[in-house]
Design a protein around this ligand. Structure first.
Ligand code: SAM
Ligand code: SF4
Length: 336
């Protein structure tokens, strides 16, 4: 007899899960100081989900009512043959939005094709507009290349291009208004993300470098008054957005420390190794790779594991300690 499945994923706290972040690789061409150690050991390639396995995961989630998939990593655009996965996911009937988060290094080359294959929106991480500082923060990045990538994305006509920036006190907090001016000049959006205690980094003291969203809002408002857009809704995610009177650009703030948003969490993550993570700030997970590679694999078995996993999604994260990592995995495993 054929097993029947719900057409929506609901957890124990009555939250609907309709958004999945898929990490397609843990590898990256950058080594951002808040995300990775300088010397990283990556997962052996055989342990990373294949493109076919990633497609199965995307299909299972979309058949269970997920409306939005974000490809992330590591750097998703350095994964070999990533465009074949983009094409497959772009054709899933139930999906409203296929989106991507990238460091921008490959965007100049790939932006037009991503747009053609159905990617609606791109987020590009960019923390500094000063080439020397940008190199220090990313350890390997080339600022000109990333800016060319942002401009290629704007030219490709995505529904939305958004810059993500992590601000660290003493490193790039003097560039907050410059970043606002950068997005205003291109009529794109910007979201500031508070640094999260993921992975054991030694490069800076997270307690000392922490910049709250409120501090950033104060800095920006002194130059460009910000008008709150109200509570985040639906797919808007945890960012709180503000507009400016004289520009279409919106400025968002993602504040896992200072403004807890767990009560409206609608997302889960799949790591590059196929671990379904129910919360970024907790270790609750289910090994989807074991299902995908297990005997008698079927899409129904995969869907069954995903539905069952909803019962262990925790109520909230506890990122209350800004210095010490509570979660030892690095952000590149989970894609943020
Ligand atoms: N490589 C892509 C990129 O940089 O956009 C995608 C993966 S990256 C892990 C996704 C996002 O996580 C980036 O915007 C990055 O700035 C953010 N990120 C990484 N480590 C973080 C941390 N410890 N706290 C807050 N955000 C972090
Ligand atoms: Fe790579 Fe993105 Fe992490 Fe930077 S934030 S090291 S670009 S995965």
């Amino acid at each position: 007899m054929q097993e029947s499945f719900p057409d929506t994923l609901i957890d124990r706290f009555q939250r609907r899960v309709d958004y999945v972040r898929l990490s397609v690789t843990d590898r990256c061409d950058f080594r951002c100081v808040y995300c990775m150690a300088e010397e990283m050991t990556f997962v052996p390639k055989r342990d990373v989900l294949s493109l076919e396995e990633l497609q199965q995961v995307g299909q299972a989630f979309s058949e269970l009512g997920v409306r939005k998939i974000r490809l992330t990593g590591g750097e998703p655009l350095i994964r070999n043959n990533i465009m074949s996965l983009v094409t497959e996911l772009g054709q899933l009937p139930g999906l409203d939005e296929l989106v991507i988060t990238t460091n921008g290094s490959q965007l100049q080359r790939l932006a037009p094709e991503l747009r053609e294959q159905g990617v609606k929106r791109v987020n590009v991480s960019l923390d500094s507009l000063n080439p020397r500082k940008f190199r220090h923060l990313t350890r390997h990045g080339n600022l000109d290349q990333v800016i060319a990538g942002v401009d290629a994305a704007v030219a490709a006509g995505f529904e939305r291009v958004k810059i993500n920036a992590v601000i660290l006190k003493g490193r790039n907090d003097d560039e907050v208004v410059d970043l606002v001016e950068f997005v205003r000049s291109r009529a794109i959006d910007l979201a500031f993300i508070e640094e999260m205690p993921l992975g054991n980094i030694v490069e800076h003291d997270r307690e000392l470098s922490f910049c709250s969203s409120q501090e950033l809002r104060d800095m920006i408002s002194a130059r460009y008054p910000l008008q709150a857009e109200g509570e985040p809704q639906g797919h808007a995610g945890p960012a709180r957005y503000f507009s400016m009177r004289d520009s279409p650009s919106r400025i968002g703030f993602i504040s896992p420390h200072s403004e807890n948003f767990c009560h409206q969490c609608n997302r889960v993550r799949v790591t590059a190794e196929g671990r379904l993570l129910l919360c970024l700030g907790a270790e609750h997970s289910v090994d989807l790779r074991a299902v995908l590679r297990g005997p008698g694999y079927s899409l129904a078995r995969l869907k069954h594991s995903i539905v069952a996993a909803m019962d262990i999604k925790p109520e909230r994260h506890y990122f209350d300690n800004r210095g010490e990592p509570e979660i030892v995995r690095f952000m590149n495993m989970t894609g943020g």
